[in-house]
Design a protein around this ligand. Structure first.
Ligand SMILES: [Zn+2]
Length: 454
C-alpha cells in the first residue's frame, strides 16, 4: 500500500531500521519522532547524493595564486559539514600546484558551494545556536539545540560562534560610525506606518557584574555601568481601565560598555536611522542622572523636546521639603504635596517662587539652605523640561519608566543571572549579538541571505 515506506529502504537500506521502528511505534508521539529522525537521515542522504553528483563533474582548475601555473587534481578528499539536518559527508577533488607551492586546501567545489576552507558547521546551525544564546546561558543553549535538532554541540562551540558573530556586528558598527563621521548619512530604518508618530529617545545606565582584572572567573565581582539608550515611536493605547497610555513601538536599542562619550556617536547614528531629522515630534525623556542631560545638550537639544522624568523631579522636591521642614512633620508633607501638584499642573514658576521664598527666610540652617538652593538650581536648569501640563496635553509621557524598563530588559534578562560574571570581550560580543536581535538585524550576521530557512 504505502509506497514511501517500502521505497525508502530500497534507496537507503540503512533506514530500514527506522521504518520498522515506525511500524512498531506504540503511540502517535513516538511515531512522529521516529518519522522525523527518518526524514533527517533521508535529508542527509539526499544532500550527500547531490554533492557526490556535483563532485563527479569535470573540475575547472584555477591557477596557482603564487606561481600562476594551472593547478592539477591530487584526487578525491573527504569533507564534512554539520548543519541542522545532521552531518553530511562527501568527497570532492582537491588541487595542488605542479610546482608544489604552499597554497593550502584548494577545492573548486567548496568555493562553488560557498564554503570557507575550515568551515565545519553550516550557517543555519550557527544562527540557531546563536539565537538561543541570545536568551539563555551557553550550557542551556547547547541542551535546547540538541533537544530541538538532535545535533550535539558543546557550549564552548556556541560560545565561539557567539564571539564570531558578535565581532562581526561590532565591525559593522565601527564601519557605520566611521562613515557617519565622514559625513555619510545612514539609510533610514522607519516603517511608513510609524513615521508620523512621535520619536522618543531616552537613556539609562545599568550595572553589570564583571570578572576582576585578568579575566579569571574567581575573585571579587567588579560592577561596571553599561549605558543603554532606547529609540522608539510612541503610540497610544487604551488600558483595561479605559485610560490612555503610551507604548513604545518600533523599538531600537543602543548600548555600550563605556562612557557617555562612547554612547554619544552610537546613539546619534541610530537616531538618524530612526528618522530624527524628519520626525514631526522628537522627545528626549530622562531622569536627572549621570551626564545624560549633557548628551542631550550636545546632540539632541536642537531636534528634541527634553522632558525631565516627573517622578525624579518630585523626588527632589521631597528632598528639599525634608531638609527644610524635617521629613517627619505634617508641614513638610503638605508643602511637598502642594509643590508636586503645582509642578504636575504646569505651575513650575510658582514652585520656583515658593523655593525662593523659603530661601529668603531668616534663620534657615546652612544645610537646608544648600539643599533648597540645589533644588532651585536643578529645577531652574530644567525649566524647559518640566512643563508637564503641556506635555500631557500633547500626549507625551512624563515618566521615564518605559525607557528604564526597555533599557534594563536588554541587560537584566541575560547578563545578570545567578553567579554570572563577564569578561569584557565575552560581554561585548554577546551584547552586540543581542542588540542585533532586538533591532531586527540578527540574520544579516549569518551568510544566509540567499537561502532562507536552511
Ligand atoms: Zn604554484
Amino acid at each position: 500500500m504505502s509506497c514511501l515506506k517500502t521505497s525508502i529502504p530500497q534507496v537507503a537500506s540503512s533506514l530500514q531500521e527506522l521504518v520498522t521502528a515506525m511500524e512498531h511505534a506504540s503511540s502517535l508521539g513516538v511515531m512522529m519522532l521516529v518519522a522525523w529522525r527518518l526524514a533527517r537521515q533521508l535529508a542527509v542522504k539526499l544532500v550527500e547524493e547531490e554533492l557526490t553528483r556535483r563532485a563527479q563533474r569535470p573540475t575547472e582548475w584555477p591557477n596557482c595564486e603564487k606561481c600562476g601555473r594551472k593547478l592539477e587534481s591530487k584526487g578525491f578528499v573527504e569533507r564534512q559539514l554539520t548543519g541542522l539536518i545532521g552531518t553530511v559527508r562527501w568527497e570532492r577533488r582537491e588541487g595542488r600546484c605542479p610546482a608544489r607551492c604552499e597554497i593550502g586546501q584548494v577545492a573548486p567545489l567548496d568555493t562553488e558551494l560557498g564554503l570557507q576552507p575550515n568551515q565545519r558547521t553550516s550557517a543555519g546551525l550557527k544562527r540557531a545556536a546563536c539565537a538561543l544564546a541570545v536568551f539563555v546561558p551557553f550550557e542551556i543553549a547547547a541542551v535546547l539545540l540538541s533537544l530541538l535538532t538532535e545535533v550535539v554541540v558543546s557550549p564552548g562551540s556556541i560560545w565561539n560562534w557567539v564571539q564570531g558573530a558578535g565581532q562581526e556586528a561590532m565591525n559593522r558598527l565601527k564601519r557605520q560610525l566611521e562613515a557617519l563621521e565622514n559625513g555619510r548619512m545612514p539609510d533610514e530604518d522607519v516603517e511608513a506606518a510609524v513615521a508620523s508618530l512621535p520619536l522618543l529617545v531616552g537613556a539609562d545606565g545599568v550595572m553589570v557584574p564583571f570578572r576582576p582584572d585578568g579575566g579569571k572567573p574567581n575573585g571579587r565581582i567588579v560592577w561596571r555601568e553599561v549605558k543603554v539608550a532606547v529609540l522608539a515611536r510612541l503610540s497610544q493605547r487604551i488600558t483595561h481601565t479605559g485610560e490612555q497610555a503610551s507604548q513604545l513601538v518600533h523599538r531600537r536599542l543602543v548600548a555600550v560598555l563605556g562612557s557617555i562619550d562612547d554612547l554619544s556617536p552610537r546613539l546619534w547614528l541610530e537616531a538618524t536611522r530612526q528618522g530624527i531629522l524628519s520626525a514631526k515630534t522628537v522627545v528626549w525623556l530622562c531622569d536627572g542622572g549621570r551626564g545624560f542631560w549633557r548628551l542631550f545638550r550636545d546632540r539632541f537639544e536642537k531636534h528634541a523636546q527634553g522632558i525631565l522624568d516627573f517622578y525624579h523631579a518630585a523626588q527632589n522636591l521631597w528632598k528639599g521639603a525634608k531638609a527644610w521642614l524635617d521629613g517627619r512633620t505634617k508641614r513638610s508633607r503638605q508643602w511637598f504635596a502642594q509643590a508636586r501638584r503645582k509642578l504636575r499642573r504646569g505651575k513650575a514658576n510658582e514652585v520656583l517662587a515658593d523655593i525662593q521664598a523659603a530661601l529668603a527666610l531668616e534663620g534657615l540652617p546652612d544645610s537646608a539652605r544648600k539643599t533648597l538652593q540645589n533644588l532651585y538650581d536643578y529645577l531652574d536648569t530644567h525649566r524647559d523640561h518640566i512643563d508637564y501640563a503641556r506635555f500631557k496635553e500633547l500626549g507625551l509621557p512624563i515618566g521615564s519608566g518605559l525607557v528604564e524598563s526597555a533599557c534594563k530588559w536588554l541587560i537584566q534578562q541575560r547578563f545578570k543571572g545567578v553567579g554570572m560574571r563577564w569578561s569584557e570581550d565575552g560581554f561585548n560580543h554577546l551584547l552586540h549579538l543581542r542588540l542585533a536581535w532586538v533591532n531586527g538585524r540578527f540574520d544579516d550576521l549569518f551568510a544566509l541571505a540567499a537561502s532562507p530557512g536552511c
